[in-house]
Design a protein around this ligand. Structure first.
Ligand code: GDP
Length: 172
């Protein structure tokens, strides 16, 4: 049938080297989901279809430059994923700056998810789980830790991103 799919836009923000590209690439190759790339006029974007609770939606991912003051009014999104590297405290502070900016500029109530990446590098971990959780409380967002390299928790993140978006859209 030709039922149009709902499409949501997700912008991935975070310092260079934190794994934004690696994460989006893993989303595209999710085994039980149908990822595809296509070019839009505004540049290249990557879209994956996700089946949740019997309904399919499209998530369009866009990686934003490492600018914590990017203009979200020009780039409206349904969700922002803010990445940092577990092995790089500077990238964690960068992520906090981004969260602060999103809040101050009132780009929430979009869904915001703070993502600590590179959990596979256990010995060089610099950020404690408690810190990530505490920051996510301060900025009223969700916190999750993943390894894009090992594809650990990446599918969970994909599905929960859609779940959070749908939940926000529900009339209260
Ligand atoms: P971006 O600049 O934020 O897009 O980061 P990239 O996706 O280009 O990743 C930066 C570097 O970190 C690359 O060398 C990746 O292979 C590496 N990387 C990304 N994710 C992980 C991860 O989960 N674990 C490890 N060990 N390395 C990762």
């Amino acid at each position: 049938s030709d039922v149009p799919l709902t499409s949501f836009k997700v912008i991935v923000l975070g310092a260079p080297g934190t794994g934004k590209s690696a994460l989006i690439n893993q989303f595209m190759t999710s085994e039980y989901m149908d990822g595809f790339n296509f070019d839009t006029e505004s540049g290249s974007s990557q879209t994956v279809s996700v089946l949740l609770d019997g309904a399919e939606s499209l998530l369009e991912f866009q990686e934003s430059e490492d600018d914590r003051y990017f203009d979200a009014s020009e780039e409206k999104a349904d969700a922002y994923i803010v990445t940092f590297s577990m092995t790089d405290r500077d990238s964690y502070h960068h992520a906090i700056d981004v969260l602060y900016h999103l809040r101050e500029e009132h780009y929430t109530p979009a869904v915001v998810i703070l993502v600590g990446n590179k959990t596979d590098i256990v010995r060089q971990r610099q950020i404690l789980v408690e810190e990530g959780k505490s920051t996510s409380k301060t900025y009223d967002c969700t916190y999750t830790e993943i390894s894009a390299a090992l594809n650990h928790k990446v599918d969970d993140l994909l599905v929960s991103t859609l779940a959070h978006i749908r939940n926000k859209l529900k009339p209260k």
